[in-house]
Design a protein around this ligand. Structure first.
Ligand SMILES: Cc1cc2nc3c(=O)[nH]c(=O)nc-3n(C[C@H](O)[C@H](O)[C@H](O)COP(=O)(O)OP(=O)(O)OC[C@H]3O[C@@H](n4cnc5c(N)ncnc54)[C@H](O)[C@@H]3O)c2cc1C
Length: 422
């Protein structure tokens, strides 16, 4: 029904992260009345960078937000993978050619700039944006007009024909669908986004660089047109493996990168040391809809970040949902919500399952040691740089319809590869 259960809104969205806000905008631009409930006192994001691939910039373009995103971010011309131990190049993507191939650019942008872009778009589109609203419970309404309701921490209840739970890794709503817990990878991420003035050495910001090493990797790219340097240092924590509660501490950071190349080590002193992010994902689930309550973004499919697709998948989710809602909205404004949610659930879980599982496998490949590391390097050096077999299913326009099963990642038995010292 187009009228909200309380008559004022069509969709309640829980969570004002990139997933919640982008979905709010996607639905509002289709004419729906949307309210976002965010638990924090203010809307905001971590002040570090994020990579957004052509499957995301395609959507930004459709939303009319791509030019603004470009003015805030940076368009690198290459993405290079290097060995973290000896610094040698393993493989690369020409991002100019990638843009020609997929029609839209690969970008890097400050998270708060991307989040702010959606926040402003939501304001312009008339989305009702409420902070300091923490949701503690969800239920479907079975009496009267069908819909769902949420209970707030202060005891208030809000209802709407549909509730979208974009409440992140620790989603409360996910418990309606599955009894699971976040899966610890025992890896931790350190971040830094600093003005170039603080960097004190030459860094080529025309490329996104990923250094892959034994039990660690290091990512570097520019932000804000080259005014800032963004770095992410990720490593396996010995303390996590030993079952210690206090894991991922700065002493472990220093030890993890001690044997890496000079270029990687030069970046480590810039990392923020007052906070770090322990890396969790969850096993994929194929059911995201419970009556009139739908999961979206990390609530549905939190990945390890190795494919740089977590926020992008959340943005795709919102776009797909809004497209199916629009297709099932009659001239009187009434939406066939059951059909729209079923269509959303028919399209997205399989794609996101593959991203979550591929990210795990990708991490395993990046973090190899010993002879396996050398074999991996041999395979990657032999890769034809214009071979997009393994990006088509991610960067292509795969979001709207179920697609055929393409290969998930290069499956070459490592034991079959001749060892080559780099
Ligand atoms: C180191 C690192 C690097 C990454 N790099 C990339 C990248 O390059 N590209 C990419 O696409 N992704 C990347 N990701 C993943 C990406 O950050 C996440 O997948 C994405 O931010 C998820 O967005 P979300 O809106 O679904 O969830 P979140 O960002 O977690 O937002 C959830 C929101 O809901 C609110 N909330 C939670 N519970 C409640 C409640 N009970 N009531 C009300 N509000 C609530 C929270 O306060 C929050 O604002 C990276 C992640 C990490 C850790």
């Amino acid at each position: 029904m187009s009228a909200g259960v309380d008559g004022s809104i069509d969709v309640l969205i829980v969570g004002g992260g990139i997933g919640g806000l982008s979905t709010a905008y996607a639905l509002a631009r289709k004419g729906l009345r949307v309210r976002v409930l965010e638990q924090a006192k203010e809307f905001g994001e971590v002040g570090a960078g994020i990579q957004i691939a052509p499957n995301c910039t395609r959507i930004l373009d459709e939303y009319g937000l791509l030019d603004e995103a470009k003015s805030l971010g940076l368009l690198p011309t290459g993405m290079v993978m290097r060995d973290a131990v000896d610094g040698s190049e393993l493989t690369r993507l020409d991002l100019t050619d990638l843009e020609r191939t997929y029609g839209f650019p690969y970008m890097v942008i400050h998270r708060s700039d991307l989040h702010g872009l959606f926040l402003r778009a939501c304001r312009r589109a008339g989305v009702e944006l409420l902070t300091d609203h923490r949701v503690v419970g969800y239920a479907n309404t079975t009496q009267g007009e069908r819909g769902a309701r949420v209970e707030l921490a202060d005891g208030r209840v809000m209802a709407a024909p549909v509730v979208v739970a974009a409440d992140g890794l620790h989603s409360v709503a996910r418990g309606l669908l599955v009894d699971d817990e976040p899966v610890s990878s025992a890896y931790v991420a350190y971040r830094a986004a600093v003005p170039m003035g603080q960097v004190r050495r030459d860094v080529d910001l025309s490329e996104v660089v990923v250094y892959v090493g034994p039990g660690c990797h290091f990512v570097r790219y520019g932000l804000r047109g080259g005014e800032m340097l963004n770095q992410v240092a990720v490593f396996r924590s010995p303390k996590a493996l030993a079952g210690e509660a206090d894991w991922g501490t700065p002493d472990e950071l220093d030890a993890a990168f001690a044997a890496t190349s000079p270029e990687v080590r030069a970046g480590i002193p810039l990392m923020w040391r007052d906070r770090w992010w322990r890396m969790y994902d969850r096993d994929p689930i194929m059911t995201w809809v419970h009556g009139r309550i739908a999961l979206l973004g990390d609530a549905a499919h939190p990945p390890l970040q190795y494919m740089a697709q977590g926020a992008v998948m959340a943005i795709e989710d919102g776009w797909v949902l809004a497209e199916h809602v629009a297709r099932r909205r009659g001239e009187d404004g009434r939406v066939d919500w059951a059909a729209a949610l079923a269509a959303y659930e028919a399209v997205r879980p399989e794609h996101c399952r593959r991203v979550v599982l591929t990210a795990r496998a990708w991490g395993d490949l990046w973090h190899l040691d010993g002879a396996q590391r050398l074999r991996r390097n041999t395979i990657l050096r032999a890769r034809e740089t214009r071979d997009y077999t393994f990006t088509d299913w991610v960067y292509g326009a795969t979001a709207l319809v179920p697609e055929e099963e393409p290969p998930m990642y290069p499956v070459v038995p490592l034991s079959s590869v001749e060892l080559v010292e780099s």
